[in-house]
Design a protein around this ligand. Sequence first.
Ligand code: RTP
Ligand code: MG
Length: 169
Amino acid sequence: MYLRLEFEYQLQREGLRNARSLGAAGCCYSPPLVDRTLVIVKPDGVERGLVGEIVGRLERKNLRLVAAELRTITRELAEAHYAEHAERPFFADLVAFFSRSPVLLLVVEGPKDTFAVVRTLMGVTNPAEAAPGTIRGDLGIETTENLVHGSDSHESAAREIALFFPELA
Ligand code: RTP
Ligand code: MG
């Protein structure tokens, strides 16, 4: 017990030292930010009023918002975004779903492999199989209506940021 308390006390002292070396805001630790990815709250997420819930999860993870825009996506842009799935049987349904009402486009920034951090927070594609604690696992039940998109690699992140936010490419 004594050792544990002493250890906690040492952590507190170190925390205080770190806090003193913080920047101008001085309130919270922020890791150096070097890596960006695209996140989209899909039409079902916006329709269901889950924007705050989803953005809150990204922010609580200590990812930083770089850009955010509510936008209705044209069919052409939806087809370009999901071009890798053009030959799949669900492509027409996916494009219709994605362009049916506004989405929230986000660019988020973190210290390293931000796309992978976001994908972990999202959970697997089918919400019925996604782990509890993930966005899809906690909030979704159907595959198409799976609330959130995240780039799946550094290359996808660069391509998708350029597609939706050319000024940030
Ligand atoms: P996203 O691209 O939207 O982040 O989703 P993801 O990487 O988890 O999944 P992906 O394989 O890229 O599929 C893109 C979206 O297509 C729909 N889908 N439907 N019916 C089906 O078998 C099926 N498979 C995929 C989902 O809406 C998925 O998010
Ligand atoms: Mg994908």
